[in-house]
Design a protein around this ligand. Structure first.
Ligand SMILES: Cc1cc2nc3c(=O)[nH]c(=O)nc-3n(C[C@H](O)[C@H](O)[C@H](O)COP(=O)(O)OP(=O)(O)OC[C@H]3O[C@@H](n4cnc5c(N)ncnc54)[C@H](O)[C@@H]3O)c2cc1C
Length: 295
């Protein structure tokens, strides 16, 4: 089961070479974000979209053109004497690890992790649309955020017609359970959680993942001397989420694309350089530095 609130930002459409109107599954555009911070409420103009993560992943898999072998849990990755990586019945010279935080291919690399992961708890649950409509504070799809007083995390409450996504994330995974209890109490106190959500929200699920650090890019690729094979990391397996917002769908999609372009272009060793040169990751580097300066 994949945890994700499903927020996507504008650059994703360029990475996917898709217009929002061409996306066939649930899409909730929004122009206002309702932010609570230190006891005050603000309505901020920001453009974004929400999707349901299962639907986006299913759409990407179906339209990628790849031959999909589903239902194989990769436990062991081996390499034969001809330089082919083997996973069960599959053999290839190029191996891309994209299995998230606990990716077995990343374990081969043991990539440098200069900072710990962030901790997250979340539930996306189906509810009657009228129950969601009664408790939401803005239009359908508009997120409600609670910024933690110390800015070490935030919680969200996102209505998606007949689904509600509620969760929170903290810089230190050890703080996430307390933060979740406070966030839930906050949304309940305001009357912004339908009564029907109460019992399911006792069962939020937890996860952790790594925000972008410039050093992570050093582990993006190990290419064979002949350039015809290698092993690569993309998305959360490399640790690319936006260093302030923790947005991870965009960098996962982008890195997958840049990796594929490097391999298909016959120059797999250029993958780390393509990552470093891309304006989105260049921006992440700037945000990372600004965050570090701000302490
Ligand atoms: C609670 C929560 C909310 C979030 N909300 C947002 C958000 O709103 N917007 C946003 O942009 N980002 C969000 N993120 C971050 C985002 O979900 C991740 O950064 C993003 O999913 C990374 O994509 P990925 O493809 O690298 O890894 P994943 O999405 O983790 O995908 C890895 C895939 O590999 C599979 N897999 C794992 N291990 C194995 C194995 N051994 N064998 C075979 N398959 C395996 C998994 O089943 C999974 O399908 C959120 C994260 C969490 C935890």
């Amino acid at each position: 089961m994949k945890l994700c609130a499903g927020w996507i930002s504008a650059p994703i459409w360029d990475v996917l070479e898709l217009a929002p109107s061409d996306y066939p599954a649930g899409l909730w555009p929004w122009r206002t974000c309702h932010v609570h911070y230190r006891g005050r409420a603000h309505a901020i103009d920001v453009k974004g979209w929400f999707i349901r993560r299962y639907e986006l992943d299913d759409f990407l898999l179906r339209t990628s053109g790849a031959s999909v072998h589903s239902g194989i849990a990769v436990k062991q990755v081996e390499r034969d004497e001809d330089g082919f990586w083997t996973i069960g019945p599959l053999r290839a010279r190029h191996l891309v690890g994209a299995a998230g935080t606990h990716c077995p291919v990343a374990r081969l690399f043991a990539p440098a992790r200069p900072m710990g992961p962030v901790g997250v708890q979340e539930l996306e649950l189906p509810l009657p649309p009228d129950a969601i409509a009664r408790t939401r504070i803005g239009d359908n799809g508009e997120p409600e955020l609670l910024l933690h007083d110390d800015l070490r995390g935030y919680a969200w409450n996102v209505p998606k017609s007949d689904w509600l996504n509620v969760g929170c994330g903290t810089l230190d995974p050890g703080e996430v359970r307390t933060a979740w209890a406070e966030a839930r109490a906050h949304f309940e106190r305001l009357g912004h959680l339908p009564a029907e959500a109460s019992a399911p929200l006792d069962h939020v699920k937890g996860h952790s993942y790594y925000l972008f650090h410039p050093d992570h890019l050093d582990s993006a690729a190990r290419v064979d001397a002949d350039g015809k094979g290698g092993v690569y990391l993309a998305g959360d397996s490399l640790g690319l989420a936006q260093p302030l917002t923790a947005e991870g769908i965009l960098p996962a999609t982008l890195s997958g694309r840049l990796c594929a372009e490097a391999i298909l272009g016959g120059d797999p060793a250029s993958y780390p350089a393509r990552l470093r040169a891309h304006p989105i990751l260049d921006d992440y580097r700037r945000v990372f530095r600004a965050r570090r300066r701000a302490g």
